[in-house]
Design a protein around this ligand. Structure first.
Ligand SMILES: Cc1cc2nc3c(=O)[nH]c(=O)nc-3n(C[C@H](O)[C@H](O)[C@H](O)COP(=O)(O)OP(=O)(O)OC[C@H]3O[C@@H](n4cnc5c(N)ncnc54)[C@H](O)[C@@H]3O)c2cc1C
Length: 381
């Protein structure tokens, strides 16, 4: 794998940085302080600017509003966006990273024609209805039920920890369509307008900000069969595809590197860098960031070669989470007595080991899919 950027890539990065600085300003503080309505307006406006410049879905096929740019261009975009706390695209990062690609792979012609132009123009927002109160890591045990009634499904059940519902127009929803199958074989994906009768969204207080999460509840909610993505009971293939893309959607190593830079600046400003224990920890953090970067690039390289998703994306995700953690430990070791223990932390230090699959679950996938270790028998000690 050649890790040198081409002259064109370097020029592209320069232009992109200038665009981001102009669009977001030098003191961009994320959307955390905005109301839902302002957050939605700001993130949609930003995505539309990206779309006008051709950045939003540049690595998509031309027929769906992209420019067929290489996955390396998308990686540069992820790196440069990661410098800004939070993602300036808001929930639309999901559209671009995995909802759109899943539609290209599994959608009907009508679905592609309806959704993909809207996504590539930055005009539509989704939320992701996967987790349930009794089905998080063990997602295949989900129970929200959809029963076929003519040309519609009647949906009953609930989801939890659903992000972005206050700004989304659509829900990417996993339901069980075959109650006799308790695991992955009986699952289907439905694309549901958020204003569908029978869908009620309760707020859930969360540790990453008030009302960041919600609890959508479905009571006899009717969804047209035409809104099904892929075949009935074949939703698990869609989910696996989607999650593999989601896991490296964010350049976590780059965000961790930004936090490490900030931490090192604080350490140097206080004349603490001569301490061998602090030096060793900074070295460890730098090494973790570099390892995460290389594992992320390995996934980008596989994509560039046309490989389908592999467990390499789990490895990259775990390494990114580990990088955040070691950077946070570095800040705590060196700066805690100055009350700056937060220097190495961002929201992602707390959430990246849980969102889109916990670290333990990623490690489980690496053990079985990457190292080919046997899966323990159910009930084994
Ligand atoms: C910021 C954030 C945003 C999120 N957004 C969404 C969203 O938009 N939509 C959505 O559907 N969900 C969302 N989630 C939920 C997330 O996907 C789940 O929290 C995650 O899958 C874990 O499920 P759980 O919370 O039920 O934990 P559990 O599955 O109950 O796990 C609890 C603990 O047990 C461990 N554990 C479980 N099974 C195993 C095992 N087999 N081996 C070893 N350890 C195990 C886990 O690692 C974890 O430490 C979000 C979560 C966060 C933090």
């Amino acid at each position: 794998m050649n890790l040198d950027w081409t002259a064109d890539d370097i020029e592209y990065r320069r232009e992109l940085k200038a665009f981001l600085l102009e669009a977001l300003g030098p003191d961009w503080k994320g959307y955390g302080h905005l109301s839902s309505a302002d957050y939605k307006a700001a993130s949609v406006a930003f995505c539309q600017k990206m779309a006008e410049r051709g950045y939003l879905t540049q690595n998509w096929p031309r027929e769906y509003g992209g420019a067929e740019a290489s996955p390396w261009r998308a990686a540069i975009l992820s790196e440069e966006l990661s410098v800004y706390e939070g993602d300036p695209r808001g929930s639309q990062y999901m559209n671009v990273n995995w909802i759109g690609p899943a539609m290209m792979q599994f959608g009907s012609e009508a679905q592609k024609a309806f959704f993909l132009p809207k996504i590539s123009a930055g005009e539509i927002t989704f939320s992701q209805g996967f987790s349930e109160p009794e089905a998080g890591s063990d997602l295949a045990s989900l129970r929200t039920q959809a029963v076929r009634d003519g040309d519609e499904y009647v949906v009953n059940g609930e989801k939890i920890w659903t992000s972005h519902t206050s700004i989304a127009e659509w829900l990417f929803l996993l339901v069980r369509t075959d109650p006799s199958e308790r695991r992955s074989k009986g699952i289907t994906v439905l694309l549901v307008p958020m204003n569908t009768p029978g869908l009620k969204v309760n707020k859930v207080a969360g540790f990453v900000g008030e009302s960041a999460f919600s609890n959508p509840v479905f009571t006899d909610m009717r969804v047209p069969v035409a809104n099904r993505l892929g075949a009935e009971n074949a939703g698990w293939a869609v989910v696996r595809w989607a999650l593999a893309f989601e896991r490296i959607g964010v350049a976590h190593y780059r965000r961790a590197a930004t936090l490490l830079d900030r931490t090192v600046r604080e350490i140097e400003a206080r004349g603490l860098m001569g301490d061998p224990a602090i030096q060793a920890k900074v070295g460890e953090a730098w090494e973790a960031v570099e390892a995460a970067r290389l594992l992320f690039f390995r996934v980008v390289d596989l994509r560039a070669q046309g490989s389908p998703p592999t467990a390499d994306s789990n490895l990259a995700r775990v390494a990114g989470t580990r990088a955040y953690q070691i950077v946070a430990e570095t800040a705590e070791l060196a700066l805690a007595e100055y009350g700056l223990e937060g220097a190495g932390r961002s929201r992602f230090t707390l959430t990246s080991g849980v969102a889109s699959g916990t670290t333990e679950v990623q490690l489980d996938q690496i053990a079985t899919r990457f190292l080919n270790l046997p899966r323990p028998a159910v009930g084994a000690e």
